[in-house]
Design a protein around this ligand. Sequence first.
Ligand SMILES: [Zn+2]
Length: 279
Amino acid sequence: MALTGPPAAVPGRENPPDRSPAAPPTGGTTDRVSAAARTRLSTGLAILTVVPLMRMAALRYAVPPGMPSRTGCDACGAPIGLTRPWPALGPTARCGRCRTRVGPPPGVVEVAVLAAVVLLLALAGSSGGALPALAWWLGWTIPAVLVDLAVHRLPDRLTLPAAAGTWLLLGVAALDAEPGHWLRAVIAGVGLALFFASTTLLLGRRGFGLGDAKLALSVGALLGWYGWPVLVLGLLLAFGLSALLSVGLLAARRAHWNTHLPFGPFLLLGTAGALLLSL
Ligand SMILES: [Zn+2]
């Protein structure tokens, strides 16, 4: 893993007490340590910034189709936004006025973001330039999946920016890598989206939703960037996990044959799992 390399040295230990003001850092070790510290600091700041944004997106769009986006607490109407993010957009997820729980359950977004950081660190050495695209995709897809879990829909406002940014950032990565990777990513994204959309047309409500098809635009592109076998593995994982959970719920009599499970979470888990297994 990338950040385990340099030892936790004490910055400045090698510096003499009478250090000159313009003295450059001595030796590559100090450079590496300060670079690692900067990376950790910027990662921490990015997490602190992105978590309230994700919580707000999940809270805002977790409403039934046709309803306006949520802008405040359901119980007391207190507005929830980035001007006053705490405590509603914090880990406790409670309204600041009436203490009712709002948005995704406490800690869920935080754990998901930590898992995303671990995934990005694990893939840092082998992404072929796709890491910014993956980070962008996770940033939009985690709140989209939380909305899917809450109200069984994947909002365009989250899936379409996820797809546009993923395609764009993969295109930028392709400038330094193999242009064929981007072509394969685009073909995989379009192909997977068409497959999901065709099940909606053929099977109606028993097929996948159009939200799944729009999420597939980015899922297919990311998996396709890494290669056709990774795409197949990701789909096998997504369908396999979905089937396992369905059978488990049926056996436990928690679901019926016509129960509709949201598929977005399985696309997210299948993609993450396939990328990790392909290391
Ligand atoms: Zn309230």
